[in-house]
Design a protein around this ligand. Structure first.
Ligand SMILES: Nc1ncnc2c1ncn2[C@@H]1O[C@H](COP(=O)(O)OP(=O)(O)OP(=O)(O)O)[C@@H](O)[C@H]1O
Length: 342
């Protein structure tokens, strides 16, 4: 049973699409009043899981409780207490944004006067335009407004920021935090780690239909995997040698990258070996797991001409931490056994 402090719970949840098992025995617990992030690479089973919570598709096995009810039995009353942004939003192209929201308001229950307009304004959405003429990002804004406008107890948001520009993403995350402050629970799925890191209190990492890591955001090691690209004024052999002393590196590629045009050799005297080596450029790409300090210190023993540190995509992080087994079945698609939604 869910308790007052649990908004969503699943036990041994499974979903087969024909022979393909998209969700494999999932136990989730989302605390009431929290922002819970469900992250995972493409095909991990996020959408399948969220659709089961809403009774859009039914589980093959296991149980679900949402706001203390069983979604397969609770029907429309439960649905009205939830705001949902589906992964793929389907809107009627000829309706304006306002007509679309009026339609959703009839289904979802009471909407405070002026609230849709306020949300649309914050997101920069023109409600007078037909939704068929809107860009992907603006269509997504219609989806956000309809999910938030009736102040639901639970928000289930499937990849909600896809197509949004960074400023709108920030506004969206502000809406999520405000909803939590007002007492709502938010279940947010994404394949973008940084988005979840900014917003979520707790996180479950899904890969191949199972949870491979969970906990509070700061305890997750995923964020500690970074991709580094650097150009150093040093010969490749020297770079290889200095990287040899740095722990937790993988996918290291070191390649000569021509000469540095700005490193002029003095003509009045014979160049020293130091001056000779400083002319050679070497490019490095690598993945570092954990502390970045030893790597930065090692690179800084040469003249660093360029440096970029990037967040790898989630698939790379999951692979780096949990091995290929964590994602290999997630990317298997069983197209031969497509199943109708219900
Ligand atoms: N209707 C369907 N019929 C057959 N296989 C399906 C169906 N829907 C999803 N799948 C498969 O189930 C697995 C999980 O898909 P799901 O859409 O839940 O993943 P996801 O984590 O939401 O991925 P994404 O981030 O790409 O949306 C994938 O292998 C997918 O191909």
């Amino acid at each position: 049973m869910t308790t007052a402090s649990t908004a969503v719970a699943t036990h041994g949840l499974r979903k087969h699409y024909g022979k393909h098992e998209a969700v494999r025995g999932l136990d989730l617990r989302v605390a009431t009043g929290s922002i819970f992030g469900l992250i995972g690479p493409n095909g991990a089973g996020k959408t399948t899981t969220l659709r089961m919570l809403l009774d859009i598709i039914r589980p093959t096995a296991g149980s679900i409780e949402v706001l203390g009810a069983n979604p397969t039995a609770a029907g429309a009353d439960l649905r009205r207490r939830i705001g949902y942004i589906p992964g793929e939003l389907r809107l009627v192209g000829k309706m304006t944004g306002r007509q679309t929201l009026d339609f959703y308001a009839e289904v979802s229950g009471p909407v405070a006067r002026g609230r849709p307009e306020e949300l649309a304004e914050r997101l920069g959405l023109d409600l007078t335009r037909q939704v068929g003429t809107l860009s992907k990002g603006n269509k997504q804004k219609v989806g956000i407004v309809q999910a938030f406008m009736h102040a639901p107890e639970l928000l289930i948001l499937d990849e909600p920021t896809s197509g949004l520009d960074p400023l709108v993403q920030r506004e969206f995350l502000a809406l999520v935090r405000e909803a939590r402050e007002a007492g709502a629970t938010v279940l947010l799925s994404s394949h973008v780690l940084s988005e979840i890191q900014q917003a979520a209190d707790d996180v479950a990492v899904l890969a191949a239909g199972t949870v491979v890591a969970e906990g509070d955001v700061s305890s997750l090691r995923l964020g500690a995997v970074r991709r580094v690209r650097a150009t150093l004024a040093a010969p490749a052999e020297q770079v290889t040698a200095l990287l040899g002393g740095v722990p937790h590196l993988s996918e290291v590629e070191v390649a000569p990258d021509g000469a540095a045009p700005e490193a002029a050799t003095p003509t009045s005297q014979q160049p020293t070996s130091q001056q000779l080596t400083s002319q050679q450029l070497t490019s490095v790409t690598l993945t570092v797991q954990g502390e970045i300090d030893p790597l930065v210190k090692a690179l800084a023993t040469t003249s660093v001409r360029d440096l970029a540190i990037e967040e790898p995509d989630l698939e790379e992080s999951v692979l780096a931490l949990y091995g290929p087994g964590a994602t290999s079945t997630a990317t298997t698609t069983n197209t031969a056994s497509k199943e109708a939604d219900r």
